[in-house]
Design a protein around this ligand. Structure first.
Ligand code: ADP
Ligand code: MG
Length: 402
């Protein structure tokens, strides 16, 4: 069921109203405590500007790091408030605690068009426990709720779920709306053929997504460390490559499902093997039938890239989750980079390309083609769960589209 978004709210609905907006401001800091990448703050600007433009009083709630229910001075949102103020071109005040009489007074003093940032919600252990009394206190600061924190939507916390019982309407922000439109749209009503490329290290971490995509896709292309479990299941020698011996049966089942459902399941035909797991390891490209004993596969080979390219040629929608190899080492980044380039190319001829997963997104950014993709997800865990077909609590808690 599609969720109601902020675009359905007009100035009449919002003017003078206090709006609690859950945002994802979990930005990385450098050694001096300065923000080293403000992408997440920038990503929230359209929603904040939309609300301010409609005359709302904006109260932002966010988590930062893992303070585990304690006040940790290094995890205060002060640098975020400053940066947000610079980006918005107006001052952003911050509370010292996210709930309590002072926060309530600051929220009450807010004027239409002003922004207040609440202190790190995870300074209270009640946040992650979705404690009803805490949620109620947080919600008491506002009337309307907007969730724009896609990256936190797979958690049922007080600020992502609990508050929605007390606020109305509860809608998605622009960033959340885009995430749902692409990630849910891709698997529910895709332009076909629909292909999924799944990689990463282990089969076990991608079982859900593989099984779910197998139900929906026309083609499933597999790379990364998990391919060796499939080869071993087929009876091939895999040397010292990553293998999950307790998942061999599962690999056979997935191959059988693909056959019965008529899904084209593509595994690489050649791999780049290394004599050890290191950036400067000796390496060579071999057929998957000839992985030498004692060597480990760390990337897919050029023949496989060519086969993947052919398979993707007529696809209208491509979803990618998980790198094709150990892309952190330049010597084993060719497969991942080639797929990134390939998807950029598909995008340029009108295909919808969607990248989900923290490392896949990092790889696409490293390859310099992020701006070419239709959608780059801001939520690693959340995007995986959505592709798995799971219901995200932070999404489920929002109002349904009317
Ligand atoms: P994502 O974050 O995009 O969902 P994952 O976290 O599942 O991706 O997997 C990323 C990791 O998989 C990377 O750190 C990469 O080095 C590793 N990986 C990819 N291919 C292999 C391989 N052949 N052997 C070992 N690790 C691999
Ligand atoms: Mg990862």
């Amino acid at each position: 069921m599609a969720k109601r978004s902020i675009t359905s709210l007009s100035s009449t609905d919002l003017s003078g109203k206090s709006v609690l907006v859950r945002v994802d401001f979990n930005v990385p800091l450098d050694d001096n405590g300065a923000i080293s990448d403000d992408t997440r703050i920038r990503a929230a600007l359209p929603t904040i500007r939309d609300l301010l433009g409609k005359g709302a009083k904006v109260i932002l709630a966010a988590h930062f790091g893992r303070p585990k229910g304690q006040v940790v001075d290094g995890l205060r949102l002060t640098p975020v408030a400053d940066r947000l103020g610079q980006l918005l071109g107006q001052p952003v005040t911050k509370t010292d605690r996210c709930i309590g009489p002072e926060a309530a007074a600051q929220a009450a003093a807010l004027q239409p068009g002003q922004v207040l940032l609440l202190e790190n919600v995870r300074f209270f252990e009640e946040e992650e426990k979705n404690d009803p009394a805490f949620a109620q206190q947080l919600a008491s600061l506002a009337q309307v709720y907007v969730n724009d924190a896609f990256g936190a939507a797979h958690r049922a916390h007080a600020s992502t779920a609990g508050v929605t019982t007390h606020l109305s309407p509860c809608v998605s922000g622009l960033l959340m709306e885009k995430e749902l439109q692409y990630l849910q749209g891709a698997v529910e009503q895709p332009q076909r053929p629909l292909a999924a490329i799944v990689g990463g290290s282990k089969v076990s971490s991608k079982i859900g997504v593989l099984a779910s995509l197998m139900e929906k896709c026309d083609k499933v292309l597999i790379g990364g460390g998990m391919i060796f479990t499939f080869y071993k299941a087929r009876g091939l020698a895999v040397g010292k490559s990553l293998v999950e011996d307790d998942k061999l049966e599962l690999a056979r089942e997935l191959e059988a499902t693909a056959r019965t459902r008529g899904v084209e399941l593509l595994l690489p035909t050649d791999v780049v093997v290394a004599d050890r797991f290191a950036a400067d390891a000796a390496s060579r490209t071999v057929s998957v039938n000839a992985i030498p004993e004692g060597w480990m596969g760390l990337d897919i080979g050029p023949d496989s890239v060519a086969a993947f390219k052919k398979a993707l040629a007529e696809c209208r929608t491509v979803v990618w989750n998980g790198p094709m190899g150990v892309f952190e080492f330049d010597a084993f980044a060719m497969g991942t980079n080639s797929i990134a380039m390939l998807l950029a190319e598909r995008s340029s001829v009108g295909a919808t390309t969607i990248i989900g997963g923290g490392d896949s997104v990092a790889a696409v950014e490293k390859a310099g083609v992020a701006s070419k993709m239709s959608h780059i997800s801001t939520g690693g865990g959340a995007s995986l769960e959505l592709l798995e077909g799971k219901v995200l609590p932070g999404v489920a808690a929002l109002d349904d589209m009317v």
